[in-house]
Each structure stands twice: as C-alpha cells, then as structure tokens.
Design a protein. Structure first.
Length: 369
C-alpha cells in the first residue's frame, strides 16, 4: 500500500472574511507597516500570520494582474499566461480570485485541453467553496468531458490533474458532510476515468463512504510488543481508527494533533486506535524487521495510544476498511458504528465532541494557544 503517486494539488480553502473584517484587517496591516520594526510584533505567531497574509495578498494581486494581461497577449504567450494564472490559483488556494478569468477563458473556446482542464478545476473548487455544490458538479462534468476526448490524437490531460480535481472536491464535500453528493462525484470518476489509478482511488473512496452508518469491521490483532489489541475492547467509547505508516509524512504530521485530541477527550470516553501499514510498503524488503522499526518510531514520537500491526488474511484490517491510500481515518461512535470518515483538524474535533455528547468548543487542537 502506498499513497497514490498522483500528487494532491489542492488544500482545503479557508472561509473568507466579511467586508467589514477585511477593512479592519487592512487598517491593522497598515498600522503594522508604519510602526517601528522593533515594536511591530509581540509574538512569533502574530509575525507569521502577518506575513502569510502579505503573501496571500501578493498572490491575489498577481492573479488579478495576469487576468488583466492575458487577453491582451497573442497565441502561445496568451496560453502561457492563462496556464500560469490557473496553476497559481490552484497551488496558492486562490480559486475565487481566478474564477472570472477561468469562466472567460472557457467561454472563448480557445486553449489547450490541459489549460481548459485547469480552468474547469478552478471553477469546480470556487463553486464548492461557496457551498454551490450543484454548480460545482456541472463544472466537474465539463472538466471530465474535456478529459475524455474522443480524438485519440488529441493531447491527453495529465491523470494527476484529474486526481487532484476529484480529491479536492471530495475533501470539501466530506468536510461539509454532503455525503450523497460526494458519493455521486466518486462514482462519476470511477465510471468516467480511463486511468486505472484514478479509477482505483475513487472506487476506494466510494467504498469508504458507503461504510457510513454501518458497524465498524472488527480489529483483532497484536501490537509491536505482540500484545493483543481489539477494537471490541473499547465498546462504549468513541474511537478514532487511524491507518498510518512511519514512511508517510502526512501521517507523521498528524501525531501531535491526535495526541492533543486524546488528551482533550480521553477522560470523556474517547480513544485513538492506530493501524500501522508499514509492511505494505513495496520498498520494505525485510518484513520481519517492520515491528522493530515501528516500535522505535512509536517510542521516539511518544505515541501513547495502541497501534495494531496490519497483516494478511483476517488480520488485513486495511482491506476490511477499504483503505488503499493513507492517511485514512474512521470515527466510530459508542454503538460501534462508523459516523465520520477522513475528517481532520477542527472538523474532526467537532465530530468527536458531537459523538461524545460534550460541548462543542469549535476549536481544534491546532488552534489552541
């Protein structure tokens, strides 16, 4: 098992500020700019936040300037300008800033299939960010039609872009708990894509979403010290089953966050249960040494929750949960049913609070001071 080689391009978008808030923020930034360098900041977090906003403002301005310039250019220069604009919007998570240019570009009927696909990508995510999911699905249909050209001689769209569009859209739908639309989107990719890796990925995503509301598959295995670990032993608790590996950086990055969740909700009936899939890595030559490697990692990272080793046959818990790429997590309620899949940060925090029946503080561990 490996995370897909296709790269995830899009990150989850943050909600925009209201007009009044934007004006206030602009005024505050000007005050910062006018203040002496020695008195501008009192905390490292404040400094980082200030410059991150500066970078975001520059990205928006660059996108705006490219949108104004591109129609004035000709032929290849125009194509290059639009491609740069849309790539910048995707990599900098500035979909709304590029949306008007994307609509105009698609309406023109010009451009390569790849650049048209990028423009459609921008429209899909911009509509999704506003909660206009029906509109986003329509934009997705346009994207897929462009990706599935009937002409065998036509340039093919890079499968990584197809993967990124679907994954970014699904992440937003799952975050908004629009599971029916998410299922429809995953099914569309399974049925429409000609790329086996894309089909496989979204088939697995669809299978995981279909587990919602159903009893969680049994987990009955051993940890790195050969001690028994059973999901059934946590009956009556809210359990986060997390599939992870030491070689997957996104999984490693989640550890401090899960530690904070365990500390925050542990005494209220919450438990993290890891399922390690190190042995599934095709680059692991000596399977017998996997346990020792994982044990050293758990000790070094100070992981306090149990972690069962994924195996084969009845011990292949990844197969039972339909996990083909990581990270992947499943939130299981006190009755043993899967109530959420693949949530993160504040959304996961809130889902745990809801499952436990405790007050929702609307603040994830990553936001804590």
């Amino acid at each position: 098992m490996r995370s897909p080689s296709l790269a995830l391009v899009a990150a989850l978008a943050l909600p925009g500020l209201a007009a009044g808030q934007e004006t206030k923020t602009t005024t505050e930034r000007r005050a910062h700019d006018d203040a002496p360098a020695s008195s501008r900041f009192t905390t490292r977090a404040g400094l980082n936040e200030y410059y991150e906003q500066k970078f975001a403002d520059l990205d928006k301005q660059r996108i705006s300037d490219l949108a104004a310039l591109a129609p004035k250019l000709k032929d290849q220069e125009q194509e290059a300008a639009y491609a740069e604009l849309f790539n910048l919007a995707v990599t900098r998570d500035q979909y709304e800033a590029a949306e008007k240019a994307a609509v105009a570009f698609l309406d023109s009927g010009k451009g390569s299939p790849q650049t048209k696909a990028l423009a459609s990508f921008v429209n899909v995510i911009a509509s999704s960010n506003r909660g206009q999911y029906d509109e986003a699905v329509k934009d997705l249909d346009l994207f897929l039609k462009g990706a599935a050209s009937a002409d065998p001689k036509a340039p093919r769209i890079d499968p990584s872009l197809t993967f990124a569009v679907g994954e970014a859209f699904l992440q937003r739908l799952i975050k908004a708990r629009e599971y029916e639309t998410a299922r429809k989107v995953a099914r569309t990719f399974v049925d429409s894509s000609s790329d086996p890796s894309v089909k496989s990925h979204f088939a697995a995503r669809l299978a995981r979403m279909d587990m919602l509301g159903k009893p969680a598959p049994a987990i009955d295995g051993t940890d790195v010290d050969n001690k028994k670990v059973r999901l059934a032993d946590y009956k009556g608790k809210v359990v986060l089953v997390d599939f992870w590996a030491t070689w997957a950086q996104p999984c490693v990055a989640q550890i401090p966050y899960y530690s904070a969740l365990q500390q925050k909700y542990g005494d209220k009936g919450f438990q993290v249960l890891g399922v390690n899939v190190d042995s599934a890595n095709q680059n692991v030559r000596d399977k017998a040494q996997v346990g020792a490697v994982v044990r050293r990692f758990l000790l070094a990272a100070r992981v306090a929750w149990p972690s069962v080793m994924n195996g084969t046959g009845n011990a292949d818990f990844a197969r039972a949960y339909g996990v083909t790429d990581i990270p992947a997590n499943f939130l299981i309620d006190r009755d043993g049913k899967i109530v959420q899949v693949e949530l993160s940060d504040v959304d996961l925090d809130r889902a745990i609070a809801k499952a436990l029946g405790v007050k929702d503080e609307a603040k994830g561990p990553s936001e804590s001071t």
